[in-house]
Design a protein around this ligand. Structure first.
Ligand code: GAR
Length: 222
């Protein structure tokens, strides 16, 4: 079997908002930098602009609203079964603003990634740019990590950082973080697809060596 016959790895992407990370992944695929297929986009919000991006690229999408479910467990069960339908190799959280149950996380163990707008383990949770400024941090960045039961605390896959400038505000930081995210998400996926990066029972390996706890650093894998 040649690489031409091999089916492309299947990506399901979950989002709640703008979907600029979805766009970056689509762009990388269309530019031939990421041999994979986004087989579905699922949003918990019907008004997420990311859904229109999916439509523009002919990607099937689905809305599963948390409001239609009495509790987190039933929402997550509906979400998991919708995702399973697409038989993904990887499930990608890209601005998906829901906390997931341990059952959900366990179901997609080793296949579930999230992009977070801070240098994890610093600044898990929301409102990271404002908190980074308030603390007078000199650096900020973005982290792609494996999702585990602990919120924003799974093993770091890839991290990108930049210096916070004196004139930065929350909006400029958000822009800079987005720019980085749009590079590191597709790049990490390309490493996964090529097998250079592997996930095995919650542990990460890059070129067959364990990835250090702080993750791969973007300027080192460029
Ligand atoms: C991204 O900055 C992502 O890191 C963040 O939401 C944004 C989504 O942007 N995610 C979180 O805060 C998760 N806790 P996008 O919709 O344009 O891709």
């Amino acid at each position: 079997m040649t690489s031409h016959d091999r089916p492309l790895p299947r990506l399901v992407l979950l989002l709640s908002g703008a979907g600029s990370n979805l766009q970056a992944i689509i762009d990388a695929i269309e530019a031939g930098q990421l041999p994979a297929r986004v087989v579905a986009v699922i949003s918990n919000r019907a008004d997420a602009p990311g859904l229109q991006r999916a439509a523009r690229h002919g990607i099937p999408s689905q809305v599963i609203s948390h409001r239609d479910h009495p509790d987190r467990a039933s929402f997550d069960a509906a979400l998991a079964s919708a995702i399973d339908h697409y038989q993904p190799d990887w499930v990608l959280l890209a601005g998906f603003m829901r906390i997931l149950t341990p059952q959900f996380v366990d179901h997609f163990r080793d296949r579930l990634l999230n992009i977070h707008p801070s240098l994890l383990p610093a600044y898990p949770g929301l409102d990271t740019h404002r908190r980074v400024l308030a603390a007078g941090e000199r650096e900020h960045g973005a982290t792609l990590h494996l999702v585990t039961e602990a919120l924003d605390a799974g093993p770091t896959v890839l991290q990108g950082r930049f210096a916070v400038e004196a004139d930065d505000d929350a909006a400029t930081l958000a822009q800079k973080v987005h720019r980085l995210e749009h590079q590191i998400y597709p790049a990490a996926l390309a490493l996964l697809v090529s097998g250079q990066l592997r996930i095995d029972q919650g542990r990460l390996f890059y070129l067959d060596q364990p990835v250090p706890a702080e993750g791969l650093q973007w300027d080192q894998v460029l």
